[in-house]
Design a protein around this ligand. Structure first.
Ligand code: DWN
Ligand code: ZN
Length: 420
């Protein structure tokens, strides 16, 4: 039996104690614990959600760990829900295979391979692919794409087993997964074990500097245990025999850092330049997060006021997307069904369920044609471009999207109901 939650009092990168609590979002249900209608009256679990800063190494992290068994064994988010993200991962895979997998072929292992979107894109090439993902329901989707997937958590022990049965990997890919793992040293040792001598790790993580700059507090939830800056990343990789060779930045998911690491120590000079920039911007300072906490509070008040005004003006509003980040915004701002009656999401497995804590019913986007909301709160704001294209009919009849956490770019609500 696994405990449901535990507290971590030392830094998950450098082991220092005395972590400084820098931003608290109170108690929050797990962001992806969508609720079936029959469960709505049952008591709902909530766990503390607060950022802590290790002033020794600059690592920003959660102090409370919710059991990964509870969070990840059955999972609703599928990578293929976004066409743009599917293209992003296909491009990543193609470039990484060209650069790191020998022409004679090799093994590519993806940690957190989800529904196999990334690996299936390189299946036609002369490579063997293997996914690792603990979500058993999603491994089934990967199997349908003919991506062999080990439905387990990636650990050093599993890495040794893969080497024994399939050989070392030319390429290990880990996108949006390092931040989800409590024991970062174990996972890095596992990657080192798995990588062939000239192999490479290509990973993506949301970049802390972007999270701070956008005040994107909705990226903070129990699944995300770590919020990476480059400085602690270099330390973590180095301590486990990996050298950070390259960092690149992409405007996806609100700001993503892509790193390439190889066997070795230290980091490339271009990475040093990013480290200096982080020092300049004070990314590892308490004051940075105190200022962000103030902005988050302003946002909370601003969004509640905006939605209350819309309701008073009888302007019809709904939410677009039921992403994990949406659960955070709705719960932190206290936006119940009185202010936001329902949300829509294109993921079939989410439809018919309710948002944790605030209980909006998740409906398919097709209902918008009948419901005719005037304003859609864009909870999946990171997919704005794709969603605007998909919802051209909503925009054409005068509908407006409201962005949840940048008050300056909120759209002006329409002067009168577009549904009339
Ligand atoms: O790290 C994580 C990231 C990368 O993905 C996870 N822990 C979980 C997940 O976070 P999320 O749930 O906030 O991800 P998304 O990609 O922002 O979720 C978007 C949601 O919006 C999905 O439920 C699908 C939906 N959607 C839609 O309804 N129509 C998305 C698109 C593009 C659309 O057109
Ligand atoms: Zn530390």
């Amino acid at each position: 039996m696994h405990p449901t939650t535990w507290e971590r009092t030392v830094c998950r990168v450098c082991g220092a104690g005395g972590l400084a609590r820098v931003l608290s979002l109170g108690e929050m249900p797990p962001a992806n614990a969508l609720r079936a209608p029959a469960e709505l009256t049952n008591p709902e679990v909530r766990f503390p959600l607060a950022l802590a800063l290790c002033e020794a190494c600059g690592m920003v992290q959660l102090g409370h760990v919710v059991s990964p068994e509870l969070l990840f064994r059955s999972y609703l988010f599928v990578t293929s829900s976004s066409q743009r993200m599917s293209e992003h991962f296909s491009a990543l895979m193609a470039a990484a295979v060209d650069e790191h997998v020998p022409a004679s072929g090799g093994l590519v292992v993806e940690i957190g391979s989800n529904d196999g979107t990334g690996l299936s894109s390189i299946k036609r090439r002369d490579v063997r692919v293997l996914g690792v993902d603990p979500a058993r329901n999603i491994a089934v989707l990967a199997a349908a794409r003919e991506v062999p997937t080990i439905p387990e958590f990636f650990t050093e022990a599993l890495a040794a087993e893969i080497v024994r049965t399939a050989g070392a990997a030319s390429l290990v890919v880990a996108c949006n997964v390092l931040g989800h793992i409590d024991d970062l040293h174990d996972v890095c040792r596992g990657i080192r074990t798995l990588l062939a001598p000239r192999g490479a790790l290509v990973f993506e993580v949301p970049y802390l500097q972007d999270l701070v700059d956008l005040s994107a507090y909705d990226a903070i939830y129990h699944e995300h245990l770590s919020y990476f800056a480059v400085r602690p990343l270099v330390k973590l990789l180095n301590e486990n025999g990996l050298r950070l060779e390259r960092v690149e930045f992409f405007p996806v998911h609100g700001g993503t850092l892509r790193g390439t690491a190889v066997h070795g120590r230290g980091c490339a000079p271009a990475v040093e330049a990013v480290l200096s920039k982080e020092l300049e911007t004070g990314l590892a300072r308490r004051a940075t997060f105190d200022a962000m906490a103030t902005r988050v509070e302003d946002h909370r008040r601003g969004l509640r006021t905006a939605l209350t005004e819309l309701r008073e003006r009888r302007i019809k509003i709904a939410g677009y997307g039921a992403p994990a980040k949406g659960t955070v915004v709705l719960n932190h701002c206290g936006l119940g069904v009185d202010l936001l009656p329902f949300v829509v999401d294109s993921t079939p497995a989410k439809q018919g369920l309710h948002v944790p804590g605030t209980h909006q019913l998740i409906r398919p986007p097709s209902v918008l044609a009948d419901e005719k909301p005037d304003v859609l709160l864009l909870l999946a704001w990171n997919h704005a471009g794709e969603i605007r294209e998909r919802e051209a009919a909503f925009l054409a009849r005068g509908g407006r999207f409201l962005l949840p956490h940048s008050p300056a770019s909120w759209c002006e609500p329409p002067a009168q109901s577009a549904s009339r």
